[in-house]
Design a binder for this molecule. Structure first.
Ligand SMILES: [Zn+2]
Length: 498
């Protein structure tokens, strides 16, 4: 651990306490060699990894005899079945007898200090699970530490990691390497390490606020590198403006083809910590390929701020998924990448899905996210975001909006640990125009009235789809401008694309 700025400088600063305190903690932690460590030895041919490591020396380590792996994530389960040959050792290096309780859950005779095991890393059978779990393919792969290290059920979160690869390969991540090549991971559950060929050059973008974005594009695509570079820059800047802050010092975006092949037109993505992973099949035409990458980036980059940049807890995905979809749409029209007709078409599709959803509050639906309700939560989420935005802008003559709402939510909760739903409902309850929406449609199970939610913006509902009022009033026009209406003129080359 290099000492930042030199110890002597720190002690003579005007506010020495602030500097000295964390410094002492760091020196103590690392000088004593207490951090957890892990080494991942990757065999790309065999699609396996050998992992060894140790827990930090702590009261927790001294007390816990279990070795627990993540068993399921998103829609993927039985993750523990990939583990084999698990061994555990005590502090003196003596091997401990270990009993498997279920695949991925082990009990040692005494609290283990060190461990080693093998893990099979074939790509998941369901290709849409590819951005959520670790795997190795012909063109590299993903190491998601959350499903590789036996840290489940422990407070242990940080680790010093060494990845050993065959010649010709390297890792890319948001973590900088130390002199010996090891990565200092602050939270293994948020860590994603990409394995790529050594000659892979990431696209780099530095935002005006100074955040360093890297984008790795592997595989063959209809969009060009220049297309991807332009999109990354414009979307990152747009969201940094929206949230009035950069999302992190370093951001990594992985664009990968499905390791299982195929899946034309399909894609799946996850934004974990500061890393966006988008796994796709390509599209038949270039225009679609460009449009889709833009849409994927608009949605996923939003998650760097919400929910990944805040400490809110609980199932409030109805809000952050709805907001991600909604702001992705707004950003698409504002940047002239989609037309206002596309904007209304997407909301109409959401309304059609919403109509088929059973009655129930958004809070309840959210709790069942991975049990088949995802699409419904997303659809009702984006419609709710639209309704809130129009209501706020109408009541405040543009002084309040969803833009300002998400900016404030982000600013106030970056360091504050609180329940997500309670926080959002409290904020909505502070405004007369959003209180009824929160009471009836978010907490309560009353359906949104499509004929009403867009009217103040000049967006009517004909029973099947949203349409633009023929002659919007000045007040309606003001809201329409905020929604990106007319922006497409700025970028005519995309105007006629679906
Ligand atoms: Zn999302």
């Amino acid at each position: 651990m290099p000492v930042r700025g030199g110890v002597s400088t720190g002690f003579t600063l005007k506010r020495p306490i602030i500097w000295v305190f964390p410094l002492i903690l760091q020196l103590f932690t690392f000088a004593a060699g207490q951090a957890a460590e892990a080494e991942i030895r990757v065999d790309l041919e065999a699609r396996r990894a050998l992992i060894s490591g140790s827990f930090s020396q702590s009261e927790e380590t001294a007390a816990k005899s279990n070795l627990s792996f993540l068993l399921s994530i998103a829609s993927v389960d039985r993750l523990g079945e990939r583990i084999d040959g698990l061994r555990a050792f005590d502090h003196d290096g003596a091997e401990l007898s270990v009993r498997q309780l279920i695949a991925g859950e082990y009990l040692a005779a005494k609290p283990p200090q060190r461990f080693s095991f093998g893990v099979r890393l074939e790509p998941p059978a369901n290709r849409l699970a590819s951005p959520h779990v670790s795997w190795l393919g012909k063109e590299g792969g993903l190491l998601m530490l959350g499903d590789l290290l036996p840290f489940e059920g422990r407070r242990e979160r940080s680790a010093r990691l060494k990845v050993i690869l065959p010649r010709g390969w390297r890792t890319v991540s948001v973590y900088s390497a130390e002199a010996d090549g090891s990565l200092k991971i602050d939270d293994v559950s948020r860590a994603v390490i990409a394995v790529v060929r050594e000659n892979t050059q990431p696209i780099k973008f530095r935002s005006k606020r100074g955040a360093a974005y890297e984008m790795l594009v592997t595989g063959e695509w209809q969009f060009t590198r220049a297309d991807a570079e332009e999109m990354l820059g414009e979307i990152a800047e747009e969201y940094e403006k929206l949230f009035d802050r950069d999302p992190a010092e370093n951001v990594l975006v992985n664009i990968l083809p499905f390791p299982q092949g195929g899946g034309v037109g399909e894609w799946a993505a996850e934004t974990r910590g500061q890393t966006v992973t988008i796994v796709s099949g390509d599209t038949p035409f270039k225009t679609q390929s460009v449009q889709r990458l833009h849409e994927q980036l608009r949605h996923e980059l939003f998650h760097l701020w919400l929910p990944n940049g805040v400490k809110l807890t609980g199932n409030y995905d109805w809000f952050y998924e709805g907001a991600a979809l909604y702001h992705s749409l707004k950003t698409g029209t504002r940047l002239g990448r989609i037309t206002f007709a596309n904007f209304l078409e997407t909301l109409s599709q959401a309304a059609a899905i919403d109509a088929r959803m059973p009655a129930g509050s958004l809070l309840d639906a959210s709790a069942g996210r991975w049990r088949g309700n995802t699409t419904g939560v997303y659809a009702r989420g984006i419609l709710t975001a639209f309704a809130l935005d129009v209501a706020m802008q109408d009541a405040s003559r543009g002084k309040r909006s969803m833009d300002l709402f998400v900016r404030r939510l982000y600013a106030e909760n970056r360091e504050r640990e609180a329940d997500g739903n309670a926080t959002i409902l409290r904020m909505l309850g502070e405004m007369a125009e959003t209180t009824p929406l929160a009471e009836r449609h978010i907490k309560g199970s009353e359906r949104l009235d499509m004929a009403k939610i867009g009217l103040a913006a000049g967006v009517a509902w004909d029973g099947r789809r949203f349409t633009l009022t023929e002659k919007p009033s000045g007040r309606q026009r003001a809201i329409l401008r905020d929604l990106g209406y007319n922006s497409e003129r700025r970028r005519p080359r995309y105007q006629n694309e679906k």
